[in-house]
Design a protein around this ligand. Sequence first.
Ligand SMILES: C[S@@+](CC[C@H](N)C(=O)[O-])C[C@H]1O[C@@H](n2cnc3c(N)ncnc32)[C@H](O)[C@@H]1O
Length: 339
Amino acid sequence: MATASLSLNHHRYLVQIRGGVSLNSRIRVPTRFSSNGFTSRIRATSAVVAEPELRTPAQDSMEAELFACPICYEPLTRKGPSGFNVPAIYRSGFKCRKCNKSYSSKDIYLDLTVTSGTKQYNEVKPARSELFRSPIVSFLYERGWRQNFNLSGFPGPDEEFKMAQEYFKVAEGGVLVDVSCGSGLFSRKFAKSGAYSRVVALDFSENMLRQCYDFIKNDESIIGSNLALVRADVSRLPFPSGSIDAVHAGAALHCWPSPSNAIAEINRILRSGGVFVGTTFLRVNPSAPTIFRALEQSALRTYSYFTQEEIEDLVTSCGLINYTSKVQSSFIMFSAQKQ
Ligand SMILES: C[S@@+](CC[C@H](N)C(=O)[O-])C[C@H]1O[C@@H](n2cnc3c(N)ncnc32)[C@H](O)[C@@H]1O
């Protein structure tokens, strides 16, 4: 077993590396509060054990957080090391000021779903959401699955990122939430761009978030940067109203259980003038060749695709303004702003 010392944002970690990442790799994370503060240990068959050195109580902070309780929407208080980065958030405990519910990190992401902490209850979402919770789909997502979107007119991650950044110019320096980030394809680009004070990579899929961690864990420019990994449901976003400058949702609208609840939530968390940028697949035009319509019919059983008019209607009926869109074949990028 190789052992390396790693310094991240003022905190030192002992990282022990065992070889091999397997598809089914499961990360077990026993965490505990001690009288000296919060001590934690990450165990992963995919290989990382991070042992933070003991901290003094002065290094802990009780501070109002960006995150809110998904039940009350009250800002959470945080106990743990300060700093907005994966290791600091992992080592912190969060609590709702109103209902007292506690939230902590599970594996490597902070679980801010309503069901966080349940022991017996298990909620199953529609197939279009559940599909991406699978470890195999999460593993394959950036290893071929996403590239296939090009066949439907998606310009590809680099170009889509550039296009989104144009819309987000007015949000520079603010907080960006990459909703339904998947394995973090765009979250990594937003974090690396340095254009935002904080970037939240948020998804409902535990395995997508694990993949996201696998992609960033060896990249010091990201792991210690202003990026957080959060599990949450887009229909119940864990942020106070009016607190977010930019929301990005790449290739996600068609996967959401309720697009209207999701966009209403996005409107709620955006500050006045804040920007929402989304991409999705358009429903195929009735005049398209039969083969495309047949393929769409089978995909429609899993996903929900909309026409350009339906998307504009949905976004504006949720109260967002200044709607614009760019279309290429079945790809649409749309943007709108909070009033
Ligand atoms: C096709 S992937 C998009 C990933 C990435 N944003 C991209 O542009 O490639 C759709 C993502 O939506 C997520 N998703 C589905 N239902 C969700 C929900 N209720 N809340 C949050 N994310 C959800 C899935 O887990 C999946 O990672």
